[in-house]
Every structure is written in C-alpha cells, then in structure tokens.
Design a binder for this molecule. Structure first.
Ligand SMILES: [Zn+2]
Ligand SMILES: [Zn+2]
Length: 110
C-alpha cells in the first residue's frame, strides 16, 4: 500500500502546480533570464533569480497566520505565501504593486 500513498502525494503536488497560474510565469521568466546570461557574460555575475532572505511570509508573520508554500518577488525581493496558502500574499502583492514575477522559495520547486 506504500505505492498508493506515494502516488497520491505526487498527484497532490501536481494539482498544486496546475492550480497555480504563477508557475507558468516563473518558468518563462526564468528561461528568459537564463538566455540573457548566455548572451551577456557580465550578467552572469548578477543574481538572476532572487532567493528568500528569510524562509517565512512577511505578511503572515505580522498577523500570526500560517502558509503552505513561499514565493519571492523578483522585483523587490519580498518573500510571501503562494496561492495554496490561506492568505495568498504573493498574489495580493503582485496585484497591489504591479510586480509580475514571483519565484518559488521552495527547494526543488522552480
Ligand atoms: Zn502570507
Ligand atoms: Zn515586489
């Protein structure tokens, strides 16, 4: 019965990706920045994808809420929770600030 539990978890992870329209934006933005690095070696010295300064949602911490996954804004570097989290702070930030690119702050999730 172990295999059944594993595939269930996999399906849930897949659903998370599919339910998150920001994922498609992140992928295209990431390959775009990789192309830029390839075209100009000077850009390779610049961090193209920002990582989280702290592994927590700044807004959730303020209101003592919890989150599921984190995203880091590629424009201002703020780390906020994704659309699977109750408060969806990353989406709210994107709409409020006009910052379009929010990369996942989860290890292995790009
Ligand atoms: Zn949050
Ligand atoms: Zn931002």
């Amino acid at each position: 019965m172990r295999n059944e539990r594993r595939s269930g978890k996999l399906a849930a992870g897949l659903a998370h990706e599919l339910n998150n329209p920001a994922s498609a934006v992140i992928r295209s933005a990431k390959s775009l920045s990789e192309d830029l690095v390839a075209a100009d070696p000077h850009l390779a010295a610049v961090r193209t994808v920002r990582g989280p300064a702290r592994r927590e949602c700044e807004e959730c911490v303020k209101i003592a809420a919890s989150w599921v996954h984190l995203r880091t804004c590629q424009t201002c570097g703020v780390t906020l929770c994704c659309d699977s989290s109750p408060n969806r702070h990353a989406s709210k930030h994107a709409h409020a600030s006009g910052h379009p690119v929010i990369a996942s702050a989860e290890p292995g999730e790009r």
